[in-house]
Design a binder for this molecule. Structure first.
Ligand SMILES: NC(=O)c1ccc[n+]([C@@H]2O[C@H](COP(=O)([O-])OP(=O)(O)OC[C@H]3O[C@@H](n4cnc5c(N)ncnc54)[C@H](O)[C@@H]3O)[C@@H](O)[C@H]2O)c1
Length: 339
């Protein structure tokens, strides 16, 4: 059988180091992938004169599965986010952001297992219709939600809950104020929920949801929401389990999937060998699950959890004093005892 080819985008800042860590771990776990490397972001701008070269888009399309490091997006004027562009171009409509408690992370809570299912292509975050008046005194942006878009993400969330044996889906919205966009989303998600009588459905307004997530996160299981709310809520959830270094994200479409760390390129610590590679390792675990390689996914999760729990070879954000490479080596040594 031919080896599965994965497109790998190392990315900017800490990206190349943490992606390298994930690839070494996948190889040690015996995943037997072939990797084809592509550039995007500032790295691509420097090499090819453009942020998202056609050759990168071609590789993503050809191989269908991509593992991506974070990309730098300058704030304000200049180019629009490449991440947003990739999600739109490949219609990666579902963004799955799980957070799970790992012992040893010095997180605020110990028993968190929440997955945010974020609509990834519509709503306020999609950057539609952004205009600033000539005098700079007026700015506008457009938010569009469609019945089709709301329905497919709601189905995705409820199917995921059923497949993973989860108990509850919370629909998060702001339909009391955003009556058109959030109203349509809520209406459609409610209708979809009726087809899943085996799953408990809850509804929550986004601001109340944020408060409850901080006060009683154990009450949450699957959250389904629109693009901007999902972006914010998933970072809040990352904070519950020890920060962005522990938060992966999967962007799933009908024909392609892209797995990444939720955090950015962390320019403040780039090149210092202190970045925590866990988020991109967890993203590669999501990739293995997507590829029906659950045994390998579990093996890597176990090794990662053991090294974090022991705590003597972890990175500074996890309370340790070790580098990215030593943390990675500790996971590799752990895997050696399993394979
Ligand atoms: N998916 C993506 O590619 C993505 C996501 C978010 C931000 N960005 C981009 O990244 C750039 C930097 O953004 P930012 O500084 O606001 O956010 P950031 O996530 O890069 O960093 C926020 C803070 O968290 C720390 N941090 C992040 N990841 C870490 C890790 N793995 N280990 C240890 N500490 C970590 C950083 O050092 C920093 O102090 C911007 O250009 C932004 O647009 C990209």
């Amino acid at each position: 059988m031919s080896r599965k080819i994965i497109t790998v985008i190392p990315g900017d800042g800490i990206g190349p180091d943490i992606v390298d860590s994930a690839l070494k771990i996948l190889d040690k776990a015996g995943c037997d992938f072939e990797y084809e490397f592509a550039d995007a972001g500032l790295a691509a701008l420097e090499k090819h004169g453009e942020l998202l070269p056609q050759s990168t888009l071609d590789l993503i399309e050809k191989n269908k599965v991509t593992l991506k490091g974070p990309l730098t997006t300058p704030v304000g004027k200049g180019f629009t986010s490449i991440n947003v562009g990739l999600r739109k171009k490949f219609n990666l409509y579902a963004n799955l952001r799980p957070v799970i408690s790992f012992k040893g992370t010095q997180a605020r809570y110990e028993n968190i297992d929440i997955i945010t299912v974020r609509e990834n292509t519509q709503g306020m975050y999609s950057g539609l219709g952004q205009v600033v008046s000539e005098d700079g005194n007026r700015a506008e942006a457009k938010s569009v939600i469609t019945r089709e878009g709301a329905e497919r993400i709601a189905r995705f969330a409820f199917d995921l809950a059923r497949r993973e044996g989860r108990k509850k889906v919370t629909i998060v919205h702001k339909a009391n104020i955003l009556k058109s966009t959030s109203g349509l989303f809520l209406d459609v998600a409610r209708k979809v929920s009726q087809k899943y009588p085996d799953i408990e459905t809850a509804e929550m307004i986004v601001d109340a949801c944020c408060m409850k997530l901080v006060m009683n996160p154990e009450a949450f299981d699957v959250i389904v929401t629109t693009n901007l709310f999902g972006d914010i809520i998933s970072d809040l959830c990352a904070g519950l389990v020890g920060g962005l270094g522990m938060a992966p994200g999967a962007n799933i479409g009908k024909d392609a999937a892209l797995f990444e760390a939720v955090h950015g390129s962390a320019p403040d610590i780039a090149g210092k060998n202190i970045a925590n590679p866990s988020s991109v390792i967890l993203a590669s675990i999501q990739m293995l699950e997507y590829l029906h390689m659950g045994d390998k996914a579990e093996m890597i999760r176990k090794a990662l959890a053991a090294v974090i729990a022991e705590g003597d070879r972890t990175t500074p954000d996890l309370g340790g004093s070790h580098g990215t490479t030593d943390f990675t080596q500790a996971i590799i040594e752990r895997l050696e005892s399993y394979v």
